[in-house]
Design a binder for this molecule. Sequence first.
Ligand SMILES: [Zn+2]
Length: 239
Amino acid sequence: MTEELFREDATLAECEATVTLVDDTGARLDRTVFYPTGGGQAGDAGVLRLPDGRELAIADTRKGHDGRGIVHVPAPGQQALLDALQAGQRVVARIDWQRRHRHMRFHTATHLLCALVPHPVDGCSITAGYARLDFHMTEPLDKDALSAGLARLVAEAHPVRQRWISDAELDANPQLVRSMSVQPPRGSGRVRLLEIEGVDLQPCGGTHVANTAEIGPVIVTKVEKKSASTRRVVLGIAD
Ligand SMILES: [Zn+2]
């Protein structure tokens, strides 16, 4: 297994770690700051720095298909460096912070959008270039009104916090689950709640900024009717 340092502290850009497994899919470590694709949020990119100073470029991060650990997926052309990695080696794992911070800004903005659009979410995608949320609803949505609502919640500078509750507490409060497509990660006996003070509270395992002010100038770039019962909202960062 991999210790998931990003769960407790999303602001960590690098860590030291020990290589536990190298195979065709990539490299696994005993601990990492790399977030694996999940909950709609894209996986991190970055580098693994070897003891001799060489850097293995990582293009993506995924959960292992065998359910064990987090796989750091090399960029194309990195095979020689991947071959140089061995279990037991110490490396420094460093994410592309600019890219991740955009994920965090967009991800936190999607929570604000959930507060503005009180309908179930049935799809979500968060990248460095845009974020989109699909709402299960039939009413039209006003793009400019949503942008204004986001700007207000960003300007109000609400603190963003996380806390853990037990599976039993979550079962007793089913209204906490806003998303129909992304079920909270269960099984470990506890679930992480993400709270934007006074705005939104829901289970979420992604990475977020610490205050809504940190989201900056995020706007709604598109609202579309994806199906009779789905409205898609696309977010971008204003120049
Ligand atoms: Zn979240």
